[in-house]
Design a protein around this ligand. Sequence first.
Ligand SMILES: [Zn+2]
Length: 419
Amino acid sequence: MVAARGAIAFGILVTILDPAHATSLYSNDRQVADNCCSGCNSSTSHFGYTEATCHGPTHWHQITYDWRFCGRSTQSPVNIGTTSSIYRPDLKAFPLRFRNLCLRIPARIRNNGHSPHFDTENEAVGLYNVPGLPGQKFTFNEFHIHLGRRLPEGSEHLVDGNKFPMEAHLVFYNARYGDAVTAKRSPRGLAVIGVMIQVAEDGDETDDVYIERKDKDCGAKRHRPYSRCVCNDKNPYSAYFCKSSGKCKCKDDNDCPGSSKCRRNDVIPGGYCGKPKGCRVRFARNLSYIMEQYYEKIRFYTNVARRLEDRQWVPVTEGISVSDVLPYDWSYFTYQGSLTTPPCYETVTWINMRCPIKVSRRAYNDLALVRDVNGPPLRIFGLDRPPQRGMYGGPGVTIGRNFQWDTVGRETKFCSRNK
Ligand SMILES: [Zn+2]
């Protein structure tokens, strides 16, 4: 295992990190908790993840006027209901494209008191074909990883009510706004790719397969997203044929949940509309390595410098690449939402990858042990805002997807040298 790490071939960095200017979206430091609960000064406001105090997630919008968006109606994260997601041929027609996908660019990391971010000032990496905005360029800015209080439940987004151990957020800003800080306040200013992360068993640094879990509410009766379905037309013979044959005869046979001719049915036996296909889960070797190396370096919050610029930045000598974090399969869900931390601007186009990746257990542990501004390791309160929409009985959310179920599992070949 150790030998394997040493053998990782990182590419050569092409430019020198420029520490002079910071355009990160998340450079604001988390403040030491004070007693101010509402109407606070925005520059010293504090937020947290425990509801035991007035700084918990349900109160963020009250703390300072600048965070009022946190209480609005198109917030993130959400529960992604896969059966009600809508297949969008326009997304398939314009698949995600990256500029310099495999390039390693200079980056740096520091402990800002709530969650460590791998930031870059380099603008070489771009994302094109963000849903609804084909052709527009989005520039890569940073990535960070969320985790929870318990290992299995650390992702911010849920898939059919289920959490994953961690969730990476790759943040891109709309290049037409010029810089990340302007873009995050502007309409359609950000695109964030969310990637679910599993934890490898010790020593298991190989790929494996992920099959969707069965929906909690339905038990073993049916899978999601491959719900049983019956024909929804008025022809009794057609309906009878469906039941007796156990086959869905709907026109859009592979995409039953989104078809107007089909409806889901939990009781009448029927065939699955497409066989569940698993994703090959990529062991993210470079990401594991970077997490192991750098979360340990910035474990403690060194709040000795008064000025932001003076606090310790640690250069990531290997650089970072967007490809470190992406899964093989670029099937995704998408919706319009917000930043999941204050100021919760509702300017984010979310691109939630369907297939997870996995990292080493040590990488997870190193993140869990990073100390927040008040001293406790991040795992005590977690870094996962509760779902804001899409839960049973709560406000809804419209989720699109770029794939039909029968194509799930098709893999994108990229960066073989850097795998
Ligand atoms: Zn995030």
